[in-house]
Design a protein around this ligand. Sequence first.
Ligand SMILES: [Zn+2]
Length: 372
Amino acid sequence: MKTYKFKLYSHKRNRYLKRIINASASIWNHCIALHKRYYSMFGKHLNKFQLMKHIAKLRNKNSYWKLVDAQAVQDISDRIDKSYKLFFKHHERGVRPPSFCKSKKYKSFTLKQTGYKLIGNKIRIGKKIYGYYKSREVEGKIKTVTVKRVSTGDMYIFIVTDAHSESIGVVTGQIAGFDFGLKTFLTNSNGSDIESPLFLLKAKKQLRKLSQQLSSKKLGSKNWNKARITLARFHQNITDKRRNWLWKLSHKLCDTYDLMCFETLNLKGMQRLWGKKIGDLAFGSFLEILQTVAAMKGKKIEFVGQWFASSKLCSSCGHKHSELHLRDRTWVCPKCNTRHDRDKNAAINIQREGTSSLNLDTVRLPLVASVA
Ligand SMILES: [Zn+2]
């Protein structure tokens, strides 16, 4: 699969797309309300097909909702269903159920096989044609087209196709375990650690200045709106930088290792431990991107259960040092006297646990036997 991102040329006509996004928000919120009501009445999760049937009926009588293509409506109920399922499965790990969304904040709609047509550097959506900056050719059969607006007011289209990515990974026979951290983003069991770039933290001063500029303007005025867009652009810039960094890191790791072991993310616990900064670290996005790149290059990622005591086990003798405190950055094993760096020791344990649970036949790793 390949994703292409193109920017739509600013045009008055784009407001039609924004209307479709707003109408999608209205459908989304209606679905959420139905889910909540259904749950409070029957104590059960509303079935996706029941929901779709109901929404389809309502849509037929509602000209505003009709702006949204039937497949985009289906995409909405799919997404809600998915996030409810995720919530039921992982709520104790801090996953929240989907919630209401202001139409201003609602960002996109997605089309599958119908409702659009690509014509050169233009795309027809519904009955209107929009121009976009076509920076490269689209290869493969189109699976979805997503129209997205960002907070700066700019519009983008994302085209996902079934094209195979040209990059095939090289088998290196290398394995590593990684421990997530605050200052050191990844502690590597092999030694080359990755420091956190903390883009948001670094831009704090500039960010404060821009927010002050915004709050000094009269709410809703022309200058206020200008300042709002400048601030939104700045945020977007930080997000882009972070994503860029995560992509580069993922490629680097997948080029170096055939198998990467991580601890299962416990975002709730990390939040409790580290507070707000966790958003800037973006562990969740990192794993998502890493999994994409790994799939592309034929590399494997293994997760170790979150109850595995990666920090407390001595990686030399296996003794469990239960008295270890969070503030202990280094410790000495009382049994074998080995001195440990907390994170490095954890990374080694994660690597070991990750490889031990593997069915080694399924992994194409020439050197795996010497590690496990
Ligand atoms: Zn020991």
